[in-house]
Write a protein of this length. Structure first.
Length: 224
């Protein structure tokens, strides 16, 4: 998921010069444009942030509804919804005029990244956010410092294993985002907006396998 987020975020920046998932940068740009009274750009940056927030809100409402109904595959359904909407965005990009492609791509991807970030946040109990590299980099620094203190005998040794696990998780997530960004730009240069369909296909595969596992577990529980 982090690799997909990195691929789409970086490819979108390469294509039209805007980040779809970097809300820190987008809010900073919004502040800069507002300070210089560039209201047209300010409104667009605000729209990117709002699209991300709305995506996260819609994702959470879907997950909450699934939890209340005790749907085991609710997180996979969230990923499946993202894949369907990404396919729709890809089709829309094929149909609209060239002047609408950039804004539609960025706002659509911001909404989808909000959905994905919320799904992963709920899955991991807020330990991982696939698009929040700043937060994960902070966690890596904290975890390295804690492991150093443990190695020097300043902190209890029993805390080492949980910190190692979190360090491995956050490092792998950041590296996946980085690798996804490199691959995303290369693929965008080769296939253009078809990258959206490729990313959707990967999401369909992830969601489908998770739904199958959830239904298999349900059947095993009901049969015992």
């Amino acid at each position: 998921m982090a690799a997909i987020a990195g691929a789409l975020n970086t490819a979108a920046f390469h294509a039209v010069g805007f980040f779809s998932a970097n809300m820190t940068g987008n809010v900073s740009a919004l502040s800069d444009r507002a300070a210089t009274a560039d209201w047209r750009a300010s409104v667009f940056y605000l729209s990117i942030v709002l699209a991300f927030v709305v995506g996260a809100s819609v994702s959470t409402l879907l997950i909450n509804a699934g939890r209340r109904r005790r749907i085991r595959s609710v997180y996979a359904i969230g990923i499946l919804s993202e894949a369907l909407l990404m396919t729709t965005l890809g089709c829309t990009e094929l149909l609209i005029g060239p002047h609408q492609k950039g804004p539609t791509l960025i706002l659509g991807l911001s909404f989808l990244m909000g959905i994905q970030n919320a799904v992963v946040t709920h899955i991991s109990d807020a330990r991982v956010r696939t698009t929040h590299v700043s937060g994960m980099s902070t966690d890596i620094g904290i975890e390295l410092s804690m492991l150093l203190d443990i190695a020097l005998g300043r902190e209890p040794t029993e805390q080492a294993a949980p910190y190692r696990m979190k360090l491995r998780l956050h490092t792998q997530t950041v590296l996946s985002f980085l690798a996804g960004g490199v691959v995303g730009v290369i693929l965008y240069q080769s296939i253009g907006n078809q990258l959206l369909f490729a990313a959707a296909a990967v999401l369909f595969a992830i969601a489908g396998s998770a739904i199958i596992r959830a239904h298999t577990q349900e059947n095993r529980v009901s049969s015992t």
